[in-house]
Design a binder for this molecule. Structure first.
Ligand code: PMP
Length: 525
C-alpha cells in the first residue's frame, strides 16, 4: 500500500513507524473532492473516502476545480508571489471580503483589521501578541493617569485639603489618623501597591479541552498536557476554565483580578478609589472545540464569558481556525451562539486546500496600528495565498451563501446517520456531537473489553478504529488530537448520500467488532 524506500527515513520516521503500527501509513498519490487515492501492487488507484478533511482545511474538498484552475492561472501569469513591503491590494481585498461577511453575520458595522500569517497557531500567536501590546499600552496609560492624580492630590493636600480617614484603611494603613503629614505614607503605600499590580504578568483565560496550536506561546493555551507540559517553561501559562461552569469562571477571575489605587480630590478631601488594572490579556476559546473532542460551547456559557470579559476588560479571542469558514453552517461558528469576538483567527480552509495561510482579525476600536511595525513574516500576506483566499470566500458566498446552507443540510444528514448508528449501538457509542460538517462520534471506553487486543489498544482507541475503517472500508478518519475516543468527521461540502452510506456501513461494522470483542478483526492481525 505504501512506497517503501531503501533510503534512510529522516522526515519524522518515529511518527511514520507509529502510523504503520495502526495501519495508517498510506502514501496517497492523488486527491479530488472527498477522495484520496493510493496505488495497489499493480499500480491501480485505490480510492479512500476522506472524512479527516485535512483536519478541517478542506471545506471545498481536495483540489477543487475552480481553485486549481485559478492557481494555475496565477502561476502562468507570473503573479509576483513574494513582494514583502509593497502595496498588497489583494490582501486588502481579502480583509474587505472577510469584513463584509463578518459584519453581516454579527449585525455590526464595525470593521476588523487584518494581520495575515501562515498557520493557525501563528494567527493565534499574532492575536495574543497584539492583545499583549494593547495591554501594555493600557497599563502605561493607567500608570500615567495614576501618577497625574497622585501629583494633583499631593498639591491639594499642600493647599489644605484633608485626607479621608477611610483612605488609610483601604490601603492597609489602618490606625493612621488621616493627618496631612500622613499623606506621604499613604502615597508611598499606594505607589508600592500599584507598581506591584501594574507589573503583574499577563493572565490568559481559556477553556479546558481547548486546542490553539503547538507553537511556543499557543501550546500553553492548548489544554492537552502531553503537548503543553514539556514546554511550560518557555511561555506564559494559562488558566483553564471548565466549559459550562459559570462558578469556576467567576472564581478564576476573582483569584487573578488586579486592582490599583487611584486618588481623587472631591470637596477638598482626598479619597482613594480602587480601579481594575488590565491584568487579563485575553480569553482564548473555540466556539466548537475540535481537537478536544468536538464539543459545542453553549449559548448560555458564551453569554457568561462575554459578560465577565466585558466586566474585567478582557478581550475575547475567538479561535475559528477549525470551526470557521462556513464549516458549521455559518461563516463563524461563534456567531450562531451570539458570541462576539474582539479578535478572530481563521486558517485551514481559508487557503482553499492549496495555500497555507491564516489571518488574525482585531476589531477596529481595539486595534493598535504600531503592531504592524513589530509583527511580520516573510511568507504572510503573499499574493498567491491572498488571491486564493479571495476565491474561497467568493465560492462560499456565491448564490446567496448556498455553501452555508449546504454545510447545514449535508451536516444534518451526516449527523442523523451518526445518531442512528449510536441509537442502535448504545453499548459502543457514547455520544454524537457537533454542528454542520464538524462532527464527532465518541466510543465508550474499551479498557474492559473481553478481547486483549482491544484492551491493549484502548488508550489510543480512535487510532485503532481509524486503522480498521481504512483497511476494511476504505474510509479515512482520525480521532481528535486530545480526545482519542472521539472520531472526527469533517468532510467537504461535496459530501454525497452514497458517501454517508459508505461511512454508515463502516461504522456499523466497527460497532459490531467492539460489541463482539473481535480484536483480530479490529487490528487486522
Ligand atoms: N486552533 C485550532 C482551533 C485548531 O484546530 C488548530 C489545528 N488543529 C490550530 C489552532 C493550529 O493550527 P495549525 O495546525 O495550522 O498551526
Amino acid at each position: 500500500m505504501d512506497t517503501v524506500s531503501a533510503e534512510p527515513q529522516l522526515a519524522e520516521p518515529h511518527l511514520l513507524g507509529w502510523l504503520s503500527s495502526v495501519g495508517l501509513d498510506i502514501d496517497y498519490v492523488r486527491a479530488e473532492g472527498n477522495t484520496l487515492y493510493y496505488l495497489d501492487e499493480n499500480g491501480g488507484e485505490v480510492p479512500v473516502l476522506d472524512f479527516a478533511g485535512g483536519y478541517g482545511s478542506l471545506i471545498l474538498g481536495h483540489n477543487h476545480p475552480e481553485i486549481s484552475a485559478y492557481a494555475q492561472r496565477l502561476i502562468a501569469s507570473q503573479t509576483p508571489v513574494h513582494a514583502q513591503f509593497s502595496r498588497h491590494p489583494y490582501a486588502n481585498d481579502v480583509a474587505l471580503a472577510l469584513n463584509r461577511i463578518i459584519q453581516r453575520e454579527l449585525g455590526t458595522d464595525e470593521y476588523y483589521s487584518a494581520i495575515f500569517a501562515n498557520t493557525g497557531a501563528e494567527a493565534v500567536e499574532a492575536a495574543v501578541k497584539h492583545a499583549e501590546m494593547d495591554r501594555g499600552m493600557r497599563l502605561r496609560e493607567l500608570a500615567d493617569t495614576l501618577a497625574e492624580n497622585l501629583a494633583a492630590a499631593r498639591l491639594a493636600v499642600f493647599g489644605g485639603a484633608a485626607v479621608a480617614p477611610e483612605a488609610f484603611a483601604l490601603v492597609g494603613l489602618a490606625g493612621q489618623a488621616g493627618r496631612v503629614s500622613d499623606f506621604e505614607a499613604l502615597s508611598a503605600e499606594i505607589e508600592r501597591h500599584n507598581a506591584a499590580q501594574l507589573g503583574r504578568p499577563p493572565v490568559f483565560l481559556t477553556l479546558e479541552g481547548g486546542f490553539h496550536g503547538k507553537l511556543v506561546g499557543s501550546v500553553q493555551l492548548t489544554h492537552n498536557e502531553g503537548y503543553r507540559a514539556p514546554f511550560a517553561a518557555l511561555a506564559a501559562p494559562a488558566r483553564f476554565v471548565p466549559a459550562g461552569s459559570p462558578e469556576a469562571l467567576k472564581e478564576t477571575v476573582e483569584s487573578e483580578r488586579a486592582t490599583v489605587y487611584d486618588l481623587v480630590v472631591e470637596d477638598n478631601t482626598v479619597r482613594v478609589v480602587e480601579r481594575n488594572s488590565p491584568v487579563f490579556c485575553g480569553f482564548v476559546l473555540e466556539p466548537i472545540q475540535g481537537e478536544g473532542g468536538i464539543h459545542v460551547l453553549s449559548a448560555e456559557f458564551a453569554r457568561e464569558i462575554q459578560q465577565v470579559c466585558a466586566e474585567i476588560d478582557c478581550p475575547v479571542i475567538i479561535d475559528e481556525v477549525q470551526s470557521g469558514m462556513g464549516r458549521t453552517g455559518d461563516f463563524l461558528a461563534s456567531s450562531a451562539i451570539g458570541l462576539r469576538g474582539d479578535y478572530y483567527t481563521l486558517a485551514k480552509s481559508l487557503g482553499g486546500g492549496i495555500a497555507k495561510t491564516s489571518v488574525m482579525l482585531t476589531r477596529s476600536s481595539l486595534y493598535r496600528p504600531p503592531f504592524e511595525l513589530v509583527h511580520s513574516s516573510t511568507f504572510a500576506k503573499d499574493a498567491f495565498s491572498c488571491f486564493i483566499s479571495k476565491k474561497v470566500l467568493e465560492l462560499l458566498e456565491a448564490d446567496g451563501g448556498a455553501a452555508y446552507r449546504t454545510a447545514r443540510e449535508r451536516g444534518g444528514k451526516l449527523k442523523d446517520m451518526l445518531e442512528a448508528v449510536a441509537a442502535d449501538h448504545p453499548d459502543v457509542v457514547k455520544d454524537v456531537r457537533g454542528r454542520g460538517l464538524m462532527l464527532g462520534l465518541e466510543f465508550h471506553d474499551q479498557s474492559g473489553s473481553a478481547s486483549e487486543a482491544i484492551r491493549e489498544s484502548a488508550a489510543l482507541l480512535g487510532y485503532t478504529a481509524a486503522g480498521y475503517l481504512l483497511r476494511e472500508h476504505r474510509i479515512r478518519t482520525f480521532p481528535t488530537a486530545s480526545a482519542v475516543n472521539t472520531l472526527r468527521f469533517e468532510p467537504s461540502l461535496l459530501l454525497t448520500d452514497a458517501e454517508i452510506r459508505q461511512l454508515e456501513t463502516g461504522l456499523r461494522a466497527l460497532c459490531v467488532v467492539f460489541r463482539e470483542a473481535d480484536g483480530a478483526r479490529l487490528t487486522g492481525t
